[in-house]
Structures are given as C-alpha cells and as structure tokens.
Design a binder for this molecule. Structure first.
Ligand SMILES: [Zn+2]
Length: 312
C-alpha cells in the first residue's frame, strides 16, 4: 500500500472489510485485545469479538473504545476525513468536508472534533533538540476596541459594547516553538508571568536558550534559562540568533486558518483547534501516509457526541 493522494487512499480502501483489517493491524498488531479489560483471550464472533475472560465476557469490535466508536460513518469516509484534515495546512471546515465527502455538515462537524481529539498529544514531548526555543503570545478573535465598553450587562451577565452587542474579549494563546522542532500551545487567561513560567518550564528542559520579546511576562524566565529578548519597541526584530520569527510565522498560519477556514472559534473549542494546528505542524516532515498512520495509532480515544455537544 502506498498512497499520496485522496483518490489513491479511496482506491486502496474500497471495501469496509479492508479498512477494518487494516485498522485491526494498526490497533492490535494482529492480536486483538479486549478494550474493556485488556485480556488477550479473545474469540471471534459473527459481529466481531468476545472477551474470553470469565469476569468480562464482553463483546467488542475493532472500533470499540476509539474515535470511530458508535459512528454511522463508514471507516472509509473516516479515513478520507483524517487524510483531508491532516494534509490541509490551514485545516478544513465542516461545510467543506461535508461537500467533499457527501456527508451532512452535522456529521462532518462531529467527525472533525473527534479527529481533533485524536490529534491531541497525550503526553507532550519536552522540546529541546536544537536547544533554541522561541516563546510568544498572540491574541485570537474578540473586539479590538475595549475602550468603548458599556456598563450595562446582558441577561446572561456579559458586558455590552456601546452598540449593545455582547463584548467578546480577545483570547490569549501562548506558544513555544523549537527552531527546527516542535510547537506547543496553550489557551490561557492572559500573558502573565505565572502563565508563561508554568508553561515554559513544563515543556522546555533547562539547558535550552529561550528567545522572546521584551514583555515583562518573560523576565522571570532568566531564573530558569539562558534568556535573550528582541527589542520590538526599538524596532529591532533580529539580532543574530535573537529573534522570534519562527513563532511569528506559526502565528500567521494559525490565524489565517482560524479566521479564513473556521471564521469563529468558541472559547470552549479553542484548545481543540490549537491541538489540530500543532499536530499538523509537528508532523510536517512526514509524508501524507506516514502522518495518516501515525495519527491512526492514536485513535483510541472515545469522545461521545454528548460530551462534545455539552462543550458547544
Ligand atoms: Zn474483557
């Protein structure tokens, strides 16, 4: 099997049975394990498998306990969705995915959120191979002119703007990017010292050098790292290796995607979209098939529709 494009993928996965065999191989490496108790004593049944553990005896299929569980979308369409969602640099909207694959927008929305769940790095790897790390904050959405706030509040207690519309503050996202390496992102309450220090020290080993701008939130990083900052206020953006261009390039892809493809992202879902953008960036050196397989390995993560809609 070798696919570089969507038609090649769909050609290979013509039959649902081919998809199931392939996924069983990826998930279990040929030896089915009960997703309820982990037992390897497993019988094949007409509809799938039955656990042979005397205390469990539960039935399951290859998709039980994965992002594909209880879905009325075929694995073939799921695979195509994963391919599209992970190869489009700026992401794909549920409207577009629905049109491309002939499913409803509601299904496409559900599929994309489950894929984002799959893309979340369960145990984020510490950065630090090149030992040169840039950190920065950016602001997503919201209203620029918060000076014109009205003291009135709406029925759900949101502040109103002078035009009477709900005031939406900008959302702060902080990021760390290693030059030639990975990115890690977090949606936070603000660009504060505490938020920056907690985030950076979680992801970056102490022997790294950190580059940032001159904002006060970064001053404390000197306690933990070699830290150098560019003086944007003096219009100095690059001084030798001291710059934050790598993360600024990343912010521009993120924003073009969030504004251009997804238009508006609610507070509750922002983290998921950040997972999606960082996952694509962090696998940018893999080819389409390698990337597809890497993510399928991580698809054991059920996310119920109920949980998702509760979030929305
Ligand atoms: Zn079992």
């Amino acid at each position: 099997m070798n696919f570089k494009s969507l038609p090649q993928l769909l050609d290979h996965f013509k039959e649902e049975s081919t998809c199931k065999e392939y996924y069983a191989q990826i998930r279990w490496n040929g030896e089915p394990a009960c997703p309820h108790c982990g037992s390897l004593k497993v019988y094949t049944t007409k509809r799938g498998f039955r656990c042979g553990d005397s205390e469990c005896k539960k039935d399951f299929t290859v998709t039980t306990g994965t992002i594909f569980h209880n879905s009325n979308i075929s694995l073939r369409i799921w695979f195509a969705s994963i391919f599209l969602a992970t190869t489009h640099k700026k992401g794909i909207s549920s409207v577009q995915l629905a049109l491309d694959l002939g499913i409803t927008q509601k299904s496409a929305w559900h599929v994309l959120h489950r894929i984002r769940e799959m893309l979340r790095e369960k145990s984020p790897q510490m950065l630090g191979e090149s030992k040169m790390v840039e950190t920065d904050a950016t602001y997503i959405g919201g209203k620029e002119r918060n000076k014109h706030l009205n003291k009135r509040r709406s029925r759900d207690n949101n502040l109103l703007t002078n035009e009477g519309k709900a005031y939406k503050p900008k959302k702060t996202v902080i990021g760390i990017i290693e030059r030639d390496g990975k990115v890690a992102l977090k949606y936070v309450s603000g660009e504060t010292t505490q938020n920056m220090v907690d985030f950076v020290t979680t992801h970056v080993p102490q022997d790294a050098t950190i580059y940032s701008d001159e904002a006060p939130a970064y001053h404390q990083l000197k306690k933990y790292y070699t830290h150098d900052n560019v003086k944007h206020a003096l219009n100095i953006y690059v001084e030798g290796s001291v710059h934050t261009n790598t993360i600024e390039n990343f912010w521009s892809v993120l924003k073009r995607g969030l504004y251009g493809v997804y238009h508006q992202v609610s507070d509750k879902h922002l983290e998921r979209y950040l997972d999606e953008y960082s996952a694509r960036f962090n696998t940018r050196r893999l080819n389409s098939q390698e990337r597809f397989e890497k993510f399928l390995v991580e698809s054991e993560s059920p996310l119920s529709y109920k949980r998702l809609t509760k979030l929305s």
